[in-house]
Design a protein around this ligand. Sequence first.
Ligand code: SF4
Length: 258
Amino acid sequence: MPETLLINEVYLSLQGESTFAGLPCVFVRLTACNLRCSYCDTAYAFTEGRKWALSEVRAEVLRLSEPYFQTERSLTSVQIIAGTDTARHRLPLVEFTGGEPLLQPNAGRIMGQLADDGFTVLVETSGAHSISKLDPRIRRIMDLKCPGSGEVSRNRWENIQHLKSTDEVKFVIGSWEDYAWAKETIAKYQLDRICPLLFSWVAPLLAHQKDPSLKAIPEGHRPIRRQELVEAMIADHVLARFQLQMHKFIWPPDERGV
Ligand code: SF4
């Protein structure tokens, strides 16, 4: 297998979602996704990109992270408490995102190499691919696609048995129907006993972000405002972390490379 990956962009920014939100992070955004979620804000990564050698990816991650290691603070790490997991992490983090990182078999290899380098490596995955073969050091942030995504049938339920306390499950919620579905799913699989759970509110797409190939929101779905979602979570005592996509509040919501 050629030692390459099709990559859309590699950049240094802040981790904007998950229990690691707000920390410096080198992002590796891979090209291509086989889903078409109704709310997808990275449709540009469906096709745009170029081949990188794995060695080139590692070199770029090291280049972007090097300034953090040039001072006496080089051995500094931060403590993260994520659900049942307490651990120290060297910064910056490295996150593989997309598109869908697990579509490319070589992604797992470079993630393992970067874990060998001492990085805390995160991967954002749609939940439509098996997570069972990934290096156990990699922290999986796995979606369970809600009905409003238009892709609920793509969830690989067998992934649940492979989740660890260091992983995170994300529900992207845009409607009252998604919210009810997420609560039922948590109860059915007792997900709150496995790992941290994230409820991510769907930020509306700007007109130019709406790729024509995206799935339609199912008929009859009633949009939920973010305040309504938070208030419902409090009222229902939901054991999950509410989150907004932090980068969309810091930069314009369609800004790339942040
Ligand atoms: S899985 Fe992620 S990248 Fe793929 S269409 Fe859905 S939101 Fe977009």
